[in-house]
Design a protein around this ligand. Structure first.
Ligand SMILES: [Zn+2]
Length: 289
């Protein structure tokens, strides 16, 4: 049973939490905040402060799924190693296993299969006011540890959007296509189904327990946003859509969207100052589909 979530949280989670997904909201003048339209739907909040603004995309068809290469040595006659002693460059097809915590999903790396659904989701024992409250077990445990540590520091956190299924994302994306009158606008605020990190069960959207600035730009200035930015890596999470890296990630800044990658990766990225998974794993940038 799901506890009936608060209306405000639900509206925000379903309409705004289009991520992976962006700071929704391209065309609003800077400085404005989100509001409610006459139709009762939540209007997009102000754009992120990325100088270049949200990444515009085209209506190009999605790229076909990429295939995992056969592991070296798995066959009866493994090929000899290359003559060069240089370390091999990461293959573009690596990090495609949706079950692995190092999977990378972006506008050029759909999930394989496109309608992948994790088999081992569970509900972390934390505040989840929207009902989108499932995560893979390792991510769920890490969320519990992170939220407990924040609480010990006097910061109340809530999880407003964890796992979203392919069908959930179809609905979300269709909503935004309707709002914008087509996919070009929708692609700036919503991932297409099969291309959302939320579908892996390894990502969630963080909110402050009191709901302040939920899923909008000012979240990064809240105690919750600041605490998480400073401490999430200690629990195996990274801020997946950092400010100013939309040409690599495909989405403008989302100070609330955290992705579980495990502490080895999160701490290595923090130590190196690497901001994106694409850069850390040596994968191509994904500014558009
Ligand atoms: Zn998100």
């Amino acid at each position: 049973m799901r506890v009936l979530p608060s209306v405000a949280f639900v509206v925000l989670a379903v309409t705004l939490s289009a991520c992976s997904g962006p700071d929704p909201a391209p065309a609003t003048p800077s400085g404005t905040t989100s509001g409610t339209t006459a139709a009762g739907s939540t209007a997009p909040p102000a754009p992120a402060s990325d100088p270049a603004g949200p990444t515009r995309t085209t209506t190009d068809l999605p790229a076909p799924p990429q295939r995992e290469p056969r592991p070296a040595g798995s066959g009866p006659a493994a090929a000899p190693p290359p003559a060069s002693s240089a370390p091999p460059a990461p293959a573009a097809s690596a990090h495609t296993d949706p079950v692995a915590i190092d999977v990378v999903v972006n506008k050029r790396r759909p999930l394989t299969p496109l309608d992948y659904a994790p088999a081992d989701l569970r509900r972390p024992d934390v505040a989840t006011p929207t009902g989108f409250d499932l995560l893979r077990p390792d991510a769920a445990e890490a969320v519990e540890e992170m939220f407990a540590a924040a609480a010990a520091d006097g910061v109340g956190l809530a999880m407003v959007s964890g796992y979203r299924s392919f069908a959930d994302q179809e609905s979300t994306y269709a909503y935004w296509v309707g709002q914008y009158g087509g996919p070009a606008g929708a692609d700036t605020v919503s991932a297409r189904p099969g291309y959302s990190e939320h579908q892996t069960g390894l990502a969630f959207d963080l909110a402050q327990a009191d709901g302040a600035c939920t899923l909008v730009r000012c979240f990064r200035d809240t105690p919750a946003g600041q605490w998480a930015a400073a401490n999430a890596a200690d629990f195996g999470f990274i801020l997946r859509y950092p400010l100013g890296f939309h040409e690599i990630t495909g989405f403008s800044a989302e100070s609330w969207h955290f992705r579980y990658v495990g502490r080895d990766v999160s701490l290595a990225m923090e130590a190196a100052g690497t901001q994106t998974l694409e850069e850390h794993f040596g994968l191509p940038a994904a500014p558009s589909y």
